[in-house]
Design a protein around this ligand. Sequence first.
Ligand SMILES: [Zn+2]
Length: 349
Amino acid sequence: MSQSDDFTSTSGGLVCSHHHLYSALARGMPAPASTPMSFRQILELIWWRLDTALDLDIIRDSARLGALEALARGCTAIIDHHESPNAIEGSLDVIAEACAEVGIRSVCSYGVTDRHGADGARRGLEENRRFISGGGRGMVGVHAAFTCSDETLESAAGLAADLGVGVHIHVAEGPDDAGAENRIRHLATGDWLLVHGVMLPDGHGLQGTIVHNPRSNMNNSVGYANPARFTNPVALGTDGIGADMLEEFRLAYVAGRSVDVETSPEAAWGWMENGWRLVPESADDKVIWASPEFGPWFQAFSTGTSPLSVEVDGEVLWADGAPTRIDEVEVRTKAAESARRLFARLEEI
Ligand SMILES: [Zn+2]
């Protein structure tokens, strides 16, 4: 997968196996009224305020910025997980179109939850159904078992089976969702994405791919998932903090190394490459890296490796430090305008 001369090497397009493109504008957001003291409070004081403030224009500008920043780091496919309780209908189209405008691949899902009542859950399910049955590339999203009734979990699993796709769900990320495996074990199938798994016991018995997000887990102080202990396939995601997958690989490696000196970077490299099982076409995309070697040992000890060019489906989308299809200044200007509007709204929530 990696050819090289003295200065460059080549790979397929990298895959971010768990992202939240709606959070691309969150950097610089106003601080919450009080400092979060737990994972639950991080959700309540930050992310569950942010998602209620989203409208379709903000989602579009946020997704375009996130897609642009992914492309700039050689990531050509994003598996996104979205929630915007006050702008549900059509939100997945907006995200898919934003990624298509930049030129990268997307797999979209709407995170169903009972946090906004039974009607909110129903509308979330319907957005997944509408988007996927209309030809959109997606999975059925679920926020997490701890914010869903058994009935909602069963409806989501049933919808996914009917549509022939998997479920994309946060699982046992923190203490609030501990024991989630006992509520979804009878539902999960091999095509599910089980995101985080920090609190999962070794023998959890769930089918599906575990998606490890080391930076997010550290940031939320939820502990180390240690995904090497699972027999499931493991992939890598960023949980909304950009889409620099080489950076996430390096963190995944050193996080493993911090608890076991025998940890090799080959394990985390394999997790990054497992993105190609989830979005196989991206393996045929072409990234030329400004680095003589694209492999686990060399990249674990490099920093800031950048692509010289990125090609998706035979089209060069990134060259000479800039996107070819879209105007970067326009994307960033609109994103900044939307961020100001979003932050003003957050001050009122
Ligand atoms: Zn997430």
